[in-house]
Design a protein around this ligand. Sequence first.
Ligand SMILES: Cc1ncc(COP(=O)(O)O)c(C=O)c1O
Length: 402
Amino acid sequence: MKPTPSKKLSSLPPYLFVRLAQLKRQAQDAGLDVIDLGQGSPDLPSPEHVVDALKKAIDDPSTHRYPNNLGLPALRQAIAGWYRRRFGVSLDAETEVLPLIGSKEGIAHLLMALLEPGQGVLVPNPCYPVHYNGVVLAGGKPILMPLREENGFMPDLRKVTPAQARASKVLLLNYPNNPTGAVLPSNVLLEDALAFSRKHGCLVAYDNAYSELTFDGYKAPSILQIPGALEHAVEFHSFSKSYSMAGWRIGWVAGNADAIANLSKFKGFLDYGIPGFIQQAAVAAVEGPQDYTVRAAATYERRRDALVAALSDVGWTVPTPRATMYIWARLPKAAQKQGSLKFCERLILEHGVVISPGVGFGPYGEGYVRISLIAPEARLEEAAQRIGQFLSAKKPWLAKTA
Ligand SMILES: Cc1ncc(COP(=O)(O)O)c(C=O)c1O
């Protein structure tokens, strides 16, 4: 007997980054020196004092036992303290904070914990893939809110129909935004989202994974700073980006206590939480000096400037994002017709530069590519030169559409 996938699973294409990894391997097997700017996986080492805290914690055999799925009280309190210092928001560490095995895990499981079959979720598009896939895997129905360049990559909540609003249990938002790099020009969208939630009774799930990776003096807000938000919203954060701890698998959710209690109950049936030694090291990350994060953001900012300039030198003008670790660029005109997937496949296989096709983030991402700033400036400049060669080579499909 051949076990077949469920309808939910087979309705989803293979995960974007799995496909990119296959193409990367093909390029390496063909002898290319590959520059990987695909996934948002930071190349910077985690903070030294956090690694030291992990080494110390792992010597304590009590951390070898099952952890508690509610998270270490010391970590929940440390996260509540960080919120107070960073955003001036007071949280109950017992009921309004929950450590997660990465925010990806938490987002997917929150949707599974809350959704009835067929229930709607308002999802921006393009989006970080789990915002869409998590809804499908939870048996819900994604209702796409297009993020258009002319709107600053912000959804227009006035375009949600009354029927869609009634059908929706969750409204997802993510700023600073992956993949577009957009930041909010003001708190208006956050206030509108909370008013929408009050009117229609849905939960706002705000993904703030990039709150600390901001540039040019911009500081990202928390939705929990808006008065009354604790009644209507939860906010996800990640250690992966702020502290370059993507491989450690740890993040957290904060906010509405009922939503968090439901997620925690759901996770209680599935996992035991995060290994104790990782949680102890995470306490050192949020309670220790935050200059690591400031330096990491400055590094991405320098890389951003280097890549934007190098791409401009080869004739490709791309926007300068004020946050995240991504450049979201409209495909050069000559490549528009072929689409983002074909463009990226050829760039990987012919020039060894891995970037992500916009369509991998949803239909409204078509016509764009995402380039991650996960290599030093010299490698980014080398990637831009190869992209320049790719664009200027008179490939048949480029010539045809030029
Ligand atoms: C918007 C967004 N949310 C969440 C995550 C996942 O983070 P974590 O490593 O905490 O699961 C990512 C990772 O790229 C992301 O871009």
